[in-house]
Design a protein around this ligand. Structure first.
Ligand SMILES: Nc1ncnc2c1ncn2[C@@H]1O[C@H](COP(=O)(O)OP(=O)(O)OP(=O)(O)O)[C@@H](O)[C@H]1O
Ligand SMILES: [Mg+2]
Length: 395
């Protein structure tokens, strides 16, 4: 499943933005305060709205009036995602639309409209398989019955417990609501990284973790899981560490006498290894990226801010390729960057430029500029073009 299009209205600095044909690897550039983190926060918002409810997701972000675009606090916030998935043997473009507003009498945020729709055939208008407003609506229970005409499909009318609960939260649990449950499962498995080197260093209580957590605090456990269950993946991680970080020849998870798990980094020049607590920030970070990117089961969406932080610039092109390989294995990747070296490893199709004017941001794909395309085709690298401020004409 891949996100094909993102449209955002009235969410902080995004009064209205639309990103079409979202690539598998999508990298955001733009000055400070143009909305790169805000775009990632839209993903976190949907995840929070699903795991809690819309009211709590908004409260966590300072309340509706803070979250809605400045001077448009009375307008609804709208998020629309288009994604592809296979249903009944055909790849279909599915649209999920969420409109949130302040209820006039309650003065509380409510889901004004939530729709999931796709075309049932090659003709006709998209059919609404789920359609809820202010806490009630319907879902189609036999959506895969493609032989029946629209009007013969069964509608299951439902009322939600509260008007700020997402319908996909409840319905998504039932297999028969195919698109809703697939969409819900996708959001639940989104990984929006908030990696902290200091969290990744300490030893870990012995336990099991298959995938790196948002803050990276289970790094030792995940490394141990790879080491024991996917030795070929672990070997790739080691090989890359060995080539990239001078002096690091072996990294190994090791159990301490009190039953904890610690990462040991062996420097070829010394007999005794260093434990994670005493190796450099960049070493831990590179190891964490490698563990994350060599996960045999990629997250459906991975978002990482400024992956270049703390890394030696020469390592960035290869890291960019690893993010791309991860995306091609099935995990769509969103990154932000301020690094020309990182951009140099990308194609113009993968780069999106954010620019703020009169308080609000526009987003354009680098390859939409004829000028940039011509220069790129003539051999100029995106990072250099960006540094020469040639992206500025884009928006
Ligand atoms: N309700 C709102 N309406 C309009 N703008 C807002 C609203 N809330 C926050 N902003 C603005 O949105 C921007 C948020 O920027 P964000 O943190 O996403 O930037 P960034 O591109 O990640 O920057 P950096 O490179 O510094 O990390 C800030 O400029 C802030 O002033
Ligand atoms: Mg930011």
């Amino acid at each position: 499943m891949q996100i094909e299009e993102i449209e955002i209205r009235n969410y902080r600095v995004f009064r209205h933005v639309r990103i079409r044909s979202v690539p598998r690897l999508c990298v955001l550039v733009g000055a400070n305060g143009t909305g790169k983190s805000t775009l990632f926060d839209v993903f976190s918002f949907l995840k929070d709205a699903l795991s809690m409810n819309v009211g709590k997701a908004i409260a966590r972000r300072g309340g509706y009036r803070e979250l809605a675009s400045r001077e448009h606090e009375e307008d609804p916030i709208e998020l629309t995602l288009r994604f592809r998935m296979e249903i009944a043997g055909h790849s279909r473009m599915i649209t999920y639309q969420l409109q949130i507003g302040l209820d006039a009498s309650l003065r509380k945020p409510v889901v004004m409209r939530e729709v999931l729709r796709y075309k049932r055939g090659s003709h006709g208008r998209p059919f609404h398989f789920l359609d809820f407003s202010n806490g009630s609506g319907y879902a189609i229970t036999n959506e895969e019955d493609f032989n029946r005409p629209d009007e013969e499909l069964d509608r299951d009318e439902q009322a939600l417990d509260a008007p700020d609960i997402l319908a996909i939260k409840g319905l998504g649990q039932f297999e028969r609501f195919k698109a809703a449950s697939a969409f819900r499962a996708m959001i639940e498995n989104w990984h929006i990284s908030d990696f902290h080197v200091s969290d990744a260093r300490p030893s870990q209580e012995d336990g099991v973790a298959e995938h790196l957590s948002t803050r990276g605090d289970n790094l030792a456990l995940v490394a141990n899981h790879l080491y024991e269950n996917h030795p070929e993946c672990f070997a790739r991680v080691l090989d890359a560490m060995h080539r990239r970080v001078p002096g690091v020849s072996i990294v190994e998870p090791e159990q301490t006498i009190d039953g904890r798990l610690v990462l040991r980094f062996q420097d070829g020049s010394f007999r005794d290894p260093f434990i994670a607590r005493h190796v450099s920030d960049g070493t831990i970070r590179m190891f964490a990226y490698l563990v994350l990117l060599n996960d045999p089961q990629p997250y459906p969406l991975l978002a990482v801010e400024e992956p270049e932080n703390q890394l030696y610039p020469e390592l960035l092109p290869e890291l960019a390729e690893e993010f791309r390989a991860y995306a091609q294995r099935g995990g769509q990747v969103f990154l932000s960057t301020h690094s020309p070296d990182f951009l140099n490893a990308l194609t113009l199709d993968e780069i999106f430029c954010l620019r703020k004017e009169n308080g609000f941001t526009t987003i354009r794909r680098a390859s939409d500029s004829e000028n940039l395309r011509a220069l790129y085709d003539a051999g100029d690298l995106p990072g250099y073009l960006w540094k020469q401020r040639l992206f500025e004409g884009l928006n």
